[in-house]
Design a protein around this ligand. Structure first.
Ligand code: FCB
Length: 439
């Protein structure tokens, strides 16, 4: 089974890549990394399937050369990776773990040696526990701590990076983790969530400034977007979808690109915002060189009783992935058009994550993943034809990995990982991609 496109169907400079993240693949119990809030969260009963952690994960820390060979072998142009804050600064501040920084230095050189563009994310969720003790994302000081981390990484890697983004998916860092409580630190509190919603943006802005002052270029933001649909045609369902869209999709895009939070969400969060937040908006809206969107699925919303935001999600009719997420490529088309049209600033766009989980086993093909990638890349091609400045697309993920609160069952990789032997086996989707991208 093949993908229905080849490289020739995309602009010549279109960047194909794959994305991973540090805690999900490296093996965080090794190499002098510090403890993270994910280790704490997983040790608390009920939070993570089988209480699994990233202690060993894919052992990328020692197998990274093989993994970069796999990325290059698929014919990809770029590799999106992240630096673990707790690996570089085990206490979050102060002493650097030289072994950790050296690892990323070798990793970047390894990408360049294989013709892969290094696309850095500074923070993909492994907050050092000592910073969590100080309130983590609830504490405004995190903006300064994060800028210091950005500076350390920028000084060491900045001369060889192709692109850099401070925070992966601020909505997950703030709302999913402090309002819904589904990710570390597992807080369910509107005030904590609101502060995190602001401080993560502020940290982003400070990190952009720190990187830019070091001469690091091609700086962007990476937001996850979920296509919010009313479950029926009632006014209530439309209002629910609109509000979900505001919290999930408009809050950060508006802050980063326009320096403004959406009024309909702010109306409710304003009483919980930190004093003087308005003065931070210029920092949060530091100019960007590109905007990245991670897209997986849609959500169907219905109103429900109870306090704000007063909505719930309802199961939809489309086929689902192993995550239970509906396969809805229209949502990608929607966001590509909208992230271009709404802001009217011509900013280059990237799909920085897209992919699906399936209960893959080696020796069995993964046609569902090939279909998924094909359908979403078709929407990407249409967007380009409609003059959307889409410049690249990254598959999530290279390897099966630690899927956060869902542990190791949910397999997103182009490459299967046996978590007992750590053996890597490319899936049919990997081979299909390699064929499509071959010169
Ligand atoms: C995104 C995350 C990534 C992975 C995928 C499935 O929200 O950025 O780490 O968990 O979802």
């Amino acid at each position: 089974m093949s993908l229905s496109f080849t490289r020739a169907d995309f602009p010549e400079d279109f960047v194909f890549g794959t994305a991973t993240s540090a805690y999900q693949i490296e093996g965080h119990s090794r190499g002098g990394a510090g403890r993270t809030h994910w280790d704490d969260f997983a040790e608390t009963p009920g939070n993570v399937v089988r209480a699994e952690t990233g202690a060993i994960a894919c052992d990328h820390l020692t197998r990274w050369q093989e993994d970069l060979d796999l990325a290059a072998g698929a014919g990809l142009d770029a590799y999106r990776f992240s630096t673990s804050w707790a690996r570089v600064l085990p206490d979050g501040r102060g002493a650097v773990n030289a072994e950790g920084l050296d690892f990323y230095d070798r990793l970047v050189d390894g990408m360049l040696a294989r013709g892969l563009k290094p696309a850095l994310t500074l923070y993909h969720w492994e907050l050092p526990s000592p910073l969590a003790d100080l309130g983590g994302w609830r504490n405004r000081d995190i903006a300064g701590w994060f800028a210091d981390f950005a500076e350390i990484i920028g000084r060491r890697l900045g001369d060889r990076l192709w692109s850099a983004a401070p925070v992966n998916e601020p909505w997950c860092v703030a709302w999913l983790s402090h309002f819904e409580g589904q990710h570390a630190p597992g807080v369910r509190d509107i005030r904590a969530a609101t502060r995190a919603m602001h401080h993560v943006g502020l940290a982003h802005g400070h990190a952009i400034a720190a990187l830019r002052s070091l001469g690091v270029g091609n700086l962007g933001a990476v937001c996850n977007l979920e296509y919010a649909l009313p479950t029926d045609d009632s006014d209530g369902a439309h209002a629910a979808a609109r509000l979900h869209d505001g919290i999930y999709n408009r809050w950060f895009a508006g802050a980063f690109r326009r320096g403004a939070y959406p009024e309909d969400v702010l109306d409710h969060l304003a009483p919980h915002m930190p004093d003087g937040w308005q003065d931070d908006m210029a920092t949060i809206a530091a100019p960007l060189d590109w905007f990245g969107l991670n897209y997986y699925t849609c959500a169907r919303l219905a109103p429900c009783d109870g306090p704000w935001p007063g909505y719930r999600t309802v199961e939809g009719p489309l086929p689902r992935t192993q995550m239970g997420w509906e396969i809805c490529p229209e949502g990608l088309a929607h966001f590509l058009g909208r992230m271009h049209a709404d802001f009217d600033d011509g900013l280059p766009l990237y799909v920085t994550e897209n992919g699906m989980a399936w209960p893959d086993t080696p020796g069995h093909d993964d046609p569902a993943r090939i279909d998924y990638l094909d359908a979403h890349l078709a929407r990407a091609r249409n967007a380009i034809a409609d003059s959307v400045p889409l410049k690249g697309y990254f598959v999530w993920s290279l390897l099966d990995n630690y899927e956060w609160a869902l542990g190791y069952d949910k397999r997103f990789g182009l490459v299967h990982v046996d978590f007992d032997t750590l053996e890597r086996t490319p899936k049919a989707s990997y081979h299909a991609l390699a064929r499509a991208l071959a010169p």
